[in-house]
Design a binder for this molecule. Structure first.
Ligand code: GDD
Length: 347
């Protein structure tokens, strides 16, 4: 085992995900050696980092096989790599799905985070740990906007697992002096977002409808509001949080909430399709004003058993301590995603 960390060496769990891929890009550009943990699967799922494997910096990118449930191999990788910074962005990230698979969600998001904390606690040198916590900790908060001192009140299995993991980070920080940071991130999106999240479902759907490849998109609760930001900006905050003198928790958010309906309207409008909504709640639809065709429909099957409410973040601490501020917000996120998806379809 290495007795000291390798400077400018980072380990990313979740490197093949949206955030992991942007963070890997950022760290490689900063001259880091980047190590990523990937799951062994019969099909490769590396499309988001494929371009990094052939770009400049490719010699500084190394992938290791492991799994969040295989704590022994994770320990071995950490000991071999001797990273100065560890970014834990991996796990089951779909809130709706967490109602279907609560035990996997808990194993990957709660128990695995604890296992990582144990691995890092045993290292013979000081390491810095970023944990991707979530606004879902707050679930149904009594106050809006939320800040770092707002009480947790998760309302789904995903939020419960994240709340456990975030609190464990605080315990290890206090008990063992570990440099552990919770980034309490609100929704952050990009064209690399998975297609089962609402923003990408909308942007890709709008692009395909515009290209004549799809007739309509079917969604759940259009009244739900989220504080939507831009993922490449959020990974900057992750890195900044580990460069600070002290480990702390930070709210990472834009401070503005947009409804699913308004997000969809912005995405469609960007591609030249104005929408007219009619009906209410579970029976709502939207037509294109130019053709009259129904292009958006609500299906109750996409409603969640319990919906998180009023998730709106106050990121003033991140601004003050890290100099970080979200610039791309809500409807602007929708417009950029729709443009990118349409351009990719045309290409
Ligand atoms: N996924 C999905 N699909 N959501 C829908 C749909 C649909 O067809 N229709 C409406 N929604 C509503 C959901 O009910 C929710 O209120 C909102 O759209 C956002 O859903 P998601 O995009 O699935 O994201 P999320 O807010 O549940 O969770 C994301 O953000 C969290 C941080 O706030 C994920 O990235 C989490 O991993 C992350 O922690």
């Amino acid at each position: 085992m290495s007795r000291s960390p390798r400077q400018k060496t980072a380990l990313i769990l979740g490197i093949t995900g949206q955030d992991g891929s942007y963070l890997a890009e950022l760290l490689l550009a900063k001259g880091y050696a980047v190590h990523g943990v990937v799951r062994r699967a019969s099909m490769f799922n590396r499309s988001r980092i494929e371009h990094l494997r052939s770009g400049t910096g490719r010699n500084r990118l190394t992938l290791h096989y492991s799994d969040l449930t295989d704590h022994t191999s994770l320990r071995r990788i950490v000991q071999k790599v001797a990273p100065r910074e560890v970014y834990h962005l991996a796990g089951q990230s779909h809130v709706g799905l967490s109602f279907e698979i609560p035990e996997v969600t808990s194993e990957e998001n709660a128990t695995a985070t604890l296992a990582l904390l144990e691995i890092l606690r045993d290292l013979p040198y000081a390491v810095k740990f970023y944990h991707a916590a979530s606004s879902e900790l707050f679930g149904a908060p009594r106050t809006a906007p939320q800040n770092e001192t707002t009480p947790v009140n998760p309302v789904n299995p995903y939020g419960c697992a994240k709340a456990f993991a975030a609190q464990m980070c605080r315990v290890y920080r206090q008990a063992y002096g570990l440099f552990a940071v919770n980034g309490i991130a609100y929704n952050h999106e990009s064209p690399r977002r998975g297609e089962n999240f609402v923003t990408r479902k909308i942007s890709l759907g709008a692009a395909r409808i515009r290209a004549g490849q799809q007739k309509e998109i079917v969604l759940g609760n259009l009244d739900a509001k989220r504080d939507w930001g831009w993922a490449p900006e959020f990974v900057e905050a992750m890195w900044l949080a580990l460069q600070a003198d002290e480990p702390r928790d930070y709210i990472l958010a834009t401070g503005r909430a947009t409804s699913v309906r308004d997000f969809a309207a912005a995405a469609f409008a960007e591609l030249g399709m104005k929408l007219k909504f009619s009906g209410k709640g579970r029976a709502e639809t939207a037509r294109r004003t130019d053709t009259g065709a129904v292009v958006l429909r609500v299906d109750p099957k996409f409603y969640r058993p319990v919906e998180s409410t009023t998730l709106l973040g106050d990121a003033r601490l991140a601004r003050k301590a890290l100099g970080w501020k979200a610039a791309t917000i809500g409807p602007a996120v929708a417009r950029q995603m729709a443009r990118a998806d349409f351009a990719a379809l045309k290409a």
